[in-house]
Structure formats: structure tokens, C-alpha cells
Design a protein around this ligand. Structure first.
Ligand SMILES: NC(=O)C1=CN([C@@H]2O[C@H](COP(=O)(O)OP(=O)(O)OC[C@H]3O[C@@H](n4cnc5c(N)ncnc54)[C@H](O)[C@@H]3O)[C@@H](O)[C@H]2O)[C@@H](O)CC1
Ligand SMILES: Nc1ncnc2c1ncn2[C@@H]1O[C@H](COP(=O)(O)OP(=O)(O)OP(=O)(O)O)[C@@H](O)[C@H]1O
Ligand SMILES: [Mg+2]
Length: 321
């Protein structure tokens, strides 16, 4: 029997969102880094990174390829953009030794910064280049070494599905699969097809099988599990399915997870799981912002319209003053 409980997303948003305080300095409300952005995709990492700022994080970085960097920078001067990732075509003439040196350099560029980040978002617009993904797997190992939480989305899930050990048993990993990404994860890890009759139980088994990582399965209702409990978020939402909404979600999970971690580390009596709180809060806010954007823009609602509604939606639940 399924025991999926609808989460009270608004209460979670009120719990984890920090109050604005003149005593706090830059960085205390969150430093997020997105690993993503290549020749093909520049929108996805930008949506994730700018959403983090719009919700209230102080700093948002993007680590992307050299081609993607000027484009992402020109979308927004708010983002700190590091053109450090390399795709195979830029090193096609290199020897194995030279390729190894490039990989070391890429990982070294992230290593310089990684301890400063409260959470990474790995995958929006990353692409599927094998050399690039190999570097990103090393970045995941680095994050685990320094206990930095990470959200895996988009092409990061393509990487993880083929190398599940990268996240196995890391409690600070959150996977945010869409319908296709979830199907591939279920097939690979549980060796079966998606069971639409027992969605909660299957999600719980999947999260348990990956050693208790948190999974947010996106869909008509968002379902969240860490292998123990299963929560759903079904409030609000919009009928528009324009691309990029998952990117908003991944950047939002990173911020709320960081805030939940901060909250819990200051209150030993709180026994809640920060990854679950982060997912519930992010899902609730995105769905509210999507609903609001839809009332304003109807069929022409775009991802940028939803990003424009994040602030108003959060303000409605957690007023700034
Ligand atoms: N504006 C943007 O830059 C956006 C970029 N996005 C990025 O696009 C990438 C793919 O995400 P999707 O949500 O489309 O992924 P999906 O896995 O949902 O793929 C969508 C469709 O494309 C096919 N497909 C994907 N990659 C393929 C490949 N290499 N060869 C053959 N078929 C392939 C899938 O089978 C599926 O039918 C991710 O990096 C994602 O972050 C999306 O987030 C949407 C917005
Ligand atoms: N059928 C649906 N009804 C209502 N809301 C939905 C539905 N499908 C997805 N959503 C909402 O949209 C959000 C993004 O999910 P979606 O499946 O579009 O992600 P995605 O495919 O990864 O997006 P992206 O285009 O950014 O890669 C989910 O968190 C969910 O709240
Ligand atoms: Mg996606």
C-alpha cells in the first residue's frame, strides 16, 4: 500500500526561508554553482543560476564551456561565469597525456572554488560529450570529498544513470528527473518499467536502491523520496509545459536545501531531512510561480515569465518585512 503524503509546501517555505537581517553579510544567504552550459545549451544553466538569485541566494556561479560563457554572461551580469569546461572537439588532436592534463586543469579550476559553495547544480545544459562528462564525474567526486551537496538534473542524470556509483549512498545528493530521465533511471537501477499504479512505492524503492539519495520525480504531481518517506506536492501548477521549468526547479532546490541545512545545523531539535525540505519548498514555489505566470500570460507563458514571478510568489508566502 502506498503511503505518499501531500506535503504542506507553504509551511515548509515559511520554515526554511531565512528572514532578511541587516547583520548578515554577502554569502550567508547562499552561494550556488551550476555546472552546465555547452555549445548547444546556454538557456538551461542560466535559468537555474538566475532562479537561485531571484529566490534570495547571494551569489550564483556557472561553470560552462568556453563557447557558452560569453552568451551566458550577456544574458545577465548578475552571474559569475567560469569558462572552464572542455568538449572533445577542442582537444581532438591531443595525445592521451595532453587530454589527461586538460582534465586535471578543468577539475583544478572547480577545486579552487568548491569549498565556498553551499550547493552545486550539476547538469542543466551540460550536453553529452564523453570527455566533458568524464570531467564532471571527477567534479562529483570532489563535491563528495568536501561534503558539498549537489542537485543532479538534465544531462547530469544521463551521466549518473550510466555510473550510479557517482551518487550511491551520498545523502547530500538530490536527483530531479523528468519523465524520460526517471524512466531511464528505473530501467537501469530497478531493471523494470515505470509502474504508474504504484508511483510512491516504486520511487521509494529506487531511492533506497541508490543508497538513500533524495529523488524528486517531476510530473503532474511532484513526488519526493529519500528511500524512507514519500511526499507529494500537487498544489498550484500550470498547463504550460515550455522547456526550462525543470531548470528553475534545480536552481531552487539548491537554494532551499542550503537554507534548510543552515536552519537544521542551528537547531538540533529539528530532525527533518534538509534535502526533502529543499525539494518540497522548491516544488511548491515553482508551481505557484508557474500558476501566477499562467494567469498573466496564458498560452504565451515562457520560462522567463515564471522566473519573473518567483519573487512575487515567495513574497506572498514569506513577506520580506
Ligand atoms: N533553453 C535551454 O537551453 C534548455 C535546455 N535544456 C537542456 O536540454 C538537455 C536535454 O534535456 P531534455 O529535457 O530535453 O531531455 P530528455 O531526456 O527529456 O530528452 C528529450 C527528448 O530528446 C531525446 N534526446 C535527448 N538527448 C538525446 C541524444 N543525445 N540523442 C538522441 N536523442 C536524445 C530524448 O530521447 C527525448 O525524446 C538538458 O541538458 C537540459 O538541461 C532543457 O532544460 C530545456 C531548456
Ligand atoms: N503534467 C504536469 N502538470 C503540472 N505540472 C507539471 C507537469 N509536468 C511537470 N510539471 C511541473 O513542471 C516542473 C518541471 O518539470 P518538467 O517535467 O517540465 O521538467 P524538465 O523536463 O526537466 O524541464 P526542462 O525543460 O527544464 O528540462 C515540475 O517540477 C512540475 O512542478
Ligand atoms: Mg530538465
Amino acid at each position: 500500500m502506498s503511503s505518499t503524503l501531500e506535503a504542506d509546501a507553504e509551511s515548509v517555505l515559511r520554515l526554511v526561508t531565512p528572514s532578511l537581517d541587516l547583520k548578515r553579510h554577502k554569502g550567508q544567504a547562499g552561494k550556488i554553482a551550476v555546472i552546465g552550459g555547452c555549445r548547444e545549451y546556454t538557456g538551461a544553466p542560466s535559468f537555474a543560476a538566475i532562479s537561485a538569485l531571484k529566490i534570495g541566494a547571494d551569489l550564483s556561479h556557472v561553470f560552462c564551456t568556453k563557447d557558452a560563457a560569453p552568451v551566458i554572461k550577456s544574458y545577465s551580469p548578475e552571474l559569475i561565469v567560469h569558462p572552464v569546461l572542455e568538449e572533445s572537439y577542442t582537444i581532438s588532436d591531443f595525445s592521451e597525456e595532453e587530454k589527461r592534463q586538460v582534465q586535471e586543469k578543468v577539475v583544478g579550476e572547480v577545486d579552487k572554488w568548491i569549498e565556498r559553495f553551499d550547493c552545486l547544480v550539476i547538469g542543466p545544459g551540460l550536453g553529452r560529450d564523453p570527455f566533458l562528462l568524464e570531467c564532471v564525474s571527477k567534479i562529483m567526486l570532489l563535491a563528495k570529498k568536501f561534503n558539498v551537496p549537489f542537485v543532479v538534473d538534465g544531462d547530469g542524470l544521463f551521466l549518473v544513470t550510466n555510473s550510479i556509483d557517482l551518487v550511491n549512498s551520498y545523502p547530500l545528493a538530490v536527483l530531479t528527473p523528468n519523465v524520460n530521465e526517471y524512466k531511464r533511471l528505473v530501467q537501469k537501477v530497478l531493471n523494470c518499467e515505470v509502474d504508474e499504479e504504484n508511483t510512491g512505492d516504486q520511487l521509494r524503492s529506487l531511492a533506497k536502491q541508490i543508497g538513500g539519495v533524495t529523488i524528486l520525480r517531476k510530473g503532474k504531481s511532484d513526488l519526493i523520496s529519500n528511500g524512507e518517506i514519500v511526499k507529494s506536492v500537487s498544489i498550484y501548477g500550470s498547463p504550460r509545459r515550455c522547456g526550462g521549468q525543470g531548470d528553475i526547479l534545480s536552481g531552487s532546490v539548491a537554494v532551499f536545501l542550503s537554507w534548510a541545512q543552515q536552519l537544521i545545523s542551528g537547531h538540533e531539535s529539528l530532525s527533518e531531512n534538509p534535502a526533502i525540505l529543499g525539494c518540497v519548498a522548491a516544488s511548491g514555489l515553482l508551481r505557484k510561480a508557474a500558476s501566477l505566470a499562467f494567469t498573466k500570460h496564458k498560452r504565451s507563458t515562457l520560462t522567463s515569465d515564471i522566473i519573473g514571478c518567483l519573487g512575487e510568489s515567495l513574497e506572498d508566502i514569506c513577506p520580506a518585512s
